[in-house]
Design a protein around this ligand. Structure first.
Ligand SMILES: Cc1cc2nc3c(=O)[nH]c(=O)nc-3n(C[C@H](O)[C@H](O)[C@H](O)COP(=O)(O)OP(=O)(O)OC[C@H]3O[C@@H](n4cnc5c(N)ncnc54)[C@H](O)[C@@H]3O)c2cc1C
Length: 497
């Protein structure tokens, strides 16, 4: 049953397991716990939207499906905007549905650096298989004639001898609407709304939408209840939920914020890691009709070990305009007029510099970020690699995420620009945030142990992007869901819940 504003008649509720958050991690937790016959409440701050309600308008979607209308900055020099979902289904509702298994060497690295025994490739493989089956993950076939934006960079990469790989996605019968970020109205994208949440609801889960956990009450290492705020029309009301076991999956910023606000972990949120999304709009010498193309067809993984991955991005006119907000109106208007010749590409680059939660007394988290010089140099290197590929692929103009008034038309122009820019001139965004409460064996560096249990607490488990030991460059949902399966398997074994 889904509770919405007006359905919260009582002030007190009770369940065996309370799950906070319904995104990539929380939805898995709710489905698995309820499958084992447990009485589960899932709490979600965002509202419940069905696929019929998803609209193409980006502004409308940002205000309904994202936290703070899509503006959750990591303040610093430069400021990085975190696009964070806030709706039932969390990030899975608005994301691109790229589902990757992490490379085995990444899991091996975590075994050494964080002591993650039991999380090697052989240990997690069964979870990757389950997740891929549950989400109907496939590598879609794309027609080169109808996907010039992909074909051109595939050919460019081949000429440069750079490695490309096709992209596995969680989608059934995708009709190439290119509206993933605003929720899939066709239900093709296999978000939590189409997969784990219906399963959880069928198993009897009570899903409290529009309900924000504001404090965990605990004593002697045991969490006793959660105080939450729910909407009652235009007023807010507090409810209390009592439980035996608490699973927190609010995402990489909200999870540590809740723990710190509740006086549970001083280490939580001290080292938030993320991938930069470096979006570049490319104009070609011919029409590429990117709007009708298959979204996210291939990746250039030549620089994976350096933490850089280049993607063909989905495209529509609004996303194009959104990527060009730093350019003057006349440039923007010109671009929109010639949009058939444009395509969008993204470089994901793992940041080496950490962001951190600095104030947990306010109602909302304040995240501070100090970029290291090394990252600034790596971003410039990433932009040069993107530009090298795109010019090689036939692009004639590149619109970079940098405060400039005009596009660059050659590598020499780009080099001139990169020599002049300063960190605050970068227009930076992230959609992949993780590792704020890392798992590990060292109590000085890890917030949760290998069972996902918060140190010092008997009955709080974390089950979201926050526990991923470190940022690894790639899209993280597949890894988050595999970790969530392992953590929940251990939880069910450990306490029968
Ligand atoms: C635009 C975009 C595109 C992306 N594309 C991809 C992609 O293609 N592939 C990929 O692998 N990853 C992608 N990602 C990232 C991926 O979606 C996230 O890494 C993933 O969803 C994180 O999972 P999570 O469970 O940690 O948190 P989320 O999925 O964000 O879920 C957390 C949920 O908890 C709720 N919540 C938070 N605090 C509270 C509270 N106090 N009380 C109640 N509820 C709370 C939030 O509202 C949210 O719904 C993308 C993300 C975005 C935004």
């Amino acid at each position: 049953m889904i509770y919405k504003s007006g359905d919260y008649k009582n002030s007190n509720y009770r369940c065996k397991c309370l799950v906070i958050g319904t995104g990539a991690g929380g939805s898995v937790a709710g489905a698995l716990l309820s499958q084992h016959g447990h009485d589960v409440i899932m709490m979600e701050e965002g509202e419940f939207y069905t696929r019929e309600s998803f609209v193409p308008d980006v502004g409308d979607s940002l205000s309904r499906l994202y936290r703070n209308h899509g503006i959750s900055p990591f303040f610093g020099r430069p400021t990085v905007n975190f696009l964070e979902a806030c709706c039932v289904g969390g990030g899975t509702v608005v994301n691109g549905a790229l589902i990757w298994r992490p490379e085995p060497w990444i899991l091996d690295r975590w075994a050494v650096s964080h002591g993650l025994t039991g999380y090697g490739y052989a240990d997690l493989e069964r979870h990757f298989i389950t997740v891929e089956k549950d989400l109907h993950v496939e590598t879609p076939k794309w027609d080169p004639d109808k996907n010039l934006n992909s074909l051109l960079i595939k050919q460019g990469a081949e000429r440069l001898n750079w490695k490309t790989v096709p992209v596995p996605r969680a989608a059934i019968n995708c009709t190439n609407l290119n509206r993933c970020m605003a929720g899939c109205p066709a239900g093709a994208k296999q978000s939590a709304l189409e997969t784990y949440l219906p399963r959880a609801l069928k198993n009897g889960v009570r899903l409290f939408s529009g309900s924000r956990a504001i404090k965990i009450i605990h004593s002697q290492g045991v969490a006793r209840e959660v105080i939450a705020e729910v909407r009652e029309g235009c007023r807010k009301k507090r409810i209390t939920i009592h439980f035996d076991e608490l699973i927190v999956a609010g995402g990489s910023v909200q999870t540590p914020f809740l723990l710190r606000r509740s006086g549970i972990s001083k280490l939580a949120g001290r080292g938030i890691q993320f991938n930069y999304s470096l979006k570049v709009a490319a104009k070609f010498d011919r029409a590429v009709h990117a709007e009708a193309s298959t979204p996210f067809t291939l990746q250039v993984q030549e620089f994976l070990r350096d933490g850089l991955i280049i993607n063909v991005s989905q495209f529509n006119t609004m996303y194009l305009a959104l990527a060009l907000t730093q350019f003057p109106d006349e440039v923007l208007n010109n671009v929109i007029e010639q949009r058939d010749r444009f395509a969008l590409y993204i470089g994901f680059m793992a940041s080496l510099s950490l962001a951190r939660l600095v104030n947990c007394f306010n109602k909302s988290p304040f995240v501070w970020y100090a970029q290291k010089q090394a990252d600034f140099e790596r971003i410039k290197m990433a932009l040069r690699r993107l530009a090298t590929l795109l010019f090689e692929s036939g692009a004639v103009e590149l619109y970079l995420p940098v405060a400039v008034e005009r596009p660059v038309c050659s590598l020499s122009e780009l080099d001139e620009l990169l020599n002049q820019i300063r960190p605050e001139g970068l227009d930076l965004v992230t959609v992949h945030v993780m590792s704020s409460c890392p798992m590990g064996t060292d109590p000085q560096r890890s917030v949760v142990d290998l069972d996902g249990r918060v140190r010092g607490m008997k009955n709080i488990v974390l089950c979201d992007a926050s526990i991923i030991p470190s940022c690894f460059g790639e899209s993280p949902q597949g890894t988050i869901m595999a970790f969530a399966h392992e953590v929940m398997t251990r939880q069910i074994k450990r306490v029968g819940c």
